[in-house]
Design a binder for this molecule. Structure first.
Ligand code: SF4
Length: 249
């Protein structure tokens, strides 16, 4: 019953027509959401999304645009690796500025050299979900979590059509893991076993396992918080076993 309800809610949220809001700052959001003129901004933001908050990572393209006065690939491609290291270090763009400057530099080169300077070629030919995920994985520094998250956002928020959605897995972050545990989908001891979480999500909705990702993430962030979860306000209150213990995070 709980799985069914969670899926219904995920489908309802998926069908909602809403303004896409990846970052709360309007200007930063406009840049990363502009898949027509700046598809590389979306890709570069996704690639920065590790070891820092989502908000901070997805702000990086706009902060670089402000410093350079432009975010065209011509300008980005003209910068050397040393230029990027200085840009990242001087402006403390990331927690790991040296490494992420290298990753940013390499991604810009890949988009220009392998995708004809148009990052939307990663997803524009109605490829399979596996191909889009593998294209993201081909970027330096990108792991399966970022690759599936980026593909999921393209499908869920931008309604990019793919030929299938099988390979868009859930991206288990701290919120998703907590919700899965409290709902009883995984045992406490498996909280860091990402494979168990991923396969559980696959079993729930094999055609599109990542469909429930946003619903679980939002629930964990806003309601099913690590401390003092607001169970009385929760949509799943009647069905959730509420496996809450002192080791929650
Ligand atoms: S009922 Fe409580 S424990 Fe269960 S998902 Fe909702 S907030 Fe979390």
């Amino acid at each position: 019953m709980l799985e069914k309800k969670l899926l219904e809610e995920a489908r309802r949220e998926y069908d909602l027509k809403r303004t896409i809001c990846l970052v709360s700052d309007e200007k930063q959001n406009s840049l990363v959401c502009d898949l027509i003129n700046y598809p590389h901004a979306f890709v570069l933001a996704a690639i920065m999304d590790r070891q820092i908050t989502f908000e901070r990572a997805w702000a990086i393209p706009y902060l670089i645009k402000e410093k350079l006065g432009d975010f065209s690939l011509n300008i980005l491609y003209s910068l050397s690796l040393e230029d990027y290291k200085k840009l990242f270090n001087d402006n403390k763009l990331h927690r790991y500025n040296e490494k992420m400057a290298e990753i940013f530099y390499s991604a810009v080169r890949k988009i220009v050299d392998e995708y004809d300077g148009d990052a939307s070629n990663i997803w524009s030919d109605k490829p399979s979900s596996a191909l889009v995920v593998s294209r993201f994985l081909d970027f330096d520094g990108v792991g399966i979590k970022i690759a599936t998250m980026a593909t999921n956002i393209l499908v869920r928020d931008f309604k990019i059509k793919l030929s299938d959605y099988y390979s868009i897995d859930i991206s288990p972050d701290v919120h998703v893991k907590r919700v899965f545990k409290r709902m009883g989908f995984i045992k406490s001891k498996d909280i860091n076993n990402l494979e168990k979480i991923i396969y559980k999500a696959r079993s729930m909705n094999p055609d599109f396992p990542g469909l429930i990702d946003y619903t679980c993430w939002k629930l964990g962030k806003d309601i099913c918080k690590s401390q003092n979860p607001k169970c009385s306000e929760c949509l799943f209150n009647n069905d959730c076993p509420k496996y809450i213990d002192n080791n929650d995070f």
